[in-house]
Ligand binder design. Structure first.
Ligand SMILES: C[S@@+](CC[C@H](N)C(=O)[O-])C[C@H]1O[C@@H](n2cnc3c(N)ncnc32)[C@H](O)[C@@H]1O
Length: 354
């Protein structure tokens, strides 16, 4: 086959390979760590950022990202097998839809999510999955001697930074969907519980110009709240940032409480947080819980892997519609509509009964 002379033609390595036999498929599966490590290496080296729209040789790419050309070629060849980058007949490499998502400047970038899912602590934790399955408990406390988020913020600042950036990416992308879905007319205040850097509350304050907001999260997280919410920001006058552990207390009275991607930790923490919200809001308060569900998702492989990672780090789980509803009802909430926010998230609209 001759190399195309101009432009970027369909790369050879993207042609769908025949499905391997089971014995090879299992061999491939047990090398999943190699695949994850290869994506991580490419993300850390900035290979996707260095490759533009013009095909590049491994040698030129290696010069751009300051690596040895031979090993970089091997990394790209391994990734190309999975459709991350593609090799052309002339030996140059081009982007694929997946490799573009590793670029930091891609509007749907997954660079920080890729790093987050492969952070150093995950490589300590995965080998202990059998232990976690046996005991039903997280393994992080045995590994590092403290709760996961405490470990992250106190001992692993680079991982904490990656986590915050990963959350920022996914929050920015989902905050717009949450604001579009939620009709908060009639409410005058909203509290985002474990709201990270505040993208959801900022989107809601944008949608409702008379609304006041609260952002609650751990101290080191809210220190990095989006600048719009901090002193001098255009929303600062309408928002109060409340640092603290929401399992200890939720010291704000609001008409609506949003709890997004929080109730994935251990059941005791879920029960305590919901109890605090019910007490803080009082009868009539609206509580909107937003979660990825394992029984209604277009991506079971991703969601079930995340479910196992939650077992390892916080002794938690991804929920099904029933398991989420059960916990909300057990906390004394009246569960109303359950609606999709986008293909990955569902909102459980609840009320504290009068
Ligand atoms: C998966 S993130 C979700 C962030 C945000 N709600 C979103 O959907 O983008 C979980 C958040 O819970 C926060 N968190 C964890 N433990 C907490 C605690 N005990 N008190 C307050 N926030 C906590 C984390 O700092 C993090 O921002």
């Amino acid at each position: 086959m001759t190399a195309p002379s101009t432009g970027i033609s369909a790369p050879l390595a993207q042609d769908a390979p025949p499905s391997p036999p089971p014995s090879m498929r299992l061999r491939e599966l047990v090398f999943g760590a190699a695949c994850a490590a290869a994506v991580r290496a490419a993300a850390r080296l900035g290979v996707a950022d260095a490759l533009g729209d013009t095909p590049m040789s491994a040698r030129d790419l290696a010069a751009a990202v300051k690596t040895e050309p031979g090993p970089l070629r091997r990394l790209l060849r391994a990734l190309s097998c999975y459709g991350v980058f593609a090799e052309r007949a002339d030996g140059t490499f081009v982007h694929t839809e997946m490799s573009r998502l590793l670029r930091e400047d891609d509007p749907n970038s997954l660079r920080y999510i890729s790093l987050w899912c492969t952070e150093p602590w995950t490589w300590d934790a995965w080998p202990k999955l059998d232990e976690a399955v046996r005991t039903g408990r997280n393994v992080v406390e045995d590994l590092y001697g403290k709760e996961f988020f405490v470990y992250l913020n106190e001992d692993a600042p680079e991982s904490a930074d990656v986590f915050n950036r990963a959350m920022t990416t996914s929050s920015e992308q989902s905050a717009r969907d949450v604001a579009a879905l939620l009709d908060l007319s009639g409410a005058s205040s909203v509290a985002d519980i474990g709201g990270g850097q505040g993208h959801v509350v900022a989107s809601l304050l944008d949608k409702y110009p008379a609304m006041r907001g609260f952002l609650l999260d751990l101290p080191r997280v809210v220190e990095n709240a989006v600048p719009r919410l901090r002193t001098g920001g255009d929303l600062a006058g309408r928002v109060r940032i409340v640092p603290g552990d929401v399992r200890e207390s939720v010291p704000v009275e609001a008409d609506v409480y949003v709890i997004k991607n929080i109730l994935e930790w251990d059941d005791e923490s879920t029960a305590r947080l919901l109890r605090n919200v019910v007490e803080a809001g009082g009868p009539g308060a609206r509580v909107v819980v937003i979660e990825n569900l394992v029984d209604d998702t277009p991506s079971m492989r991703f969601s079930t892997a995340m479910d196992l990672l939650l077992l390892l780090n916080v002794g938690g789980a991804k929920h099904t519609t029933d398991s989420m509803t059960g916990r909300l009802k057990a906390a004394g909430l009246a569960v109303g509509d359950i609606r999709p926010v986008n293909p990955y998230l569902h909102a459980f609209d609840c009320i504290v009964p009068v």
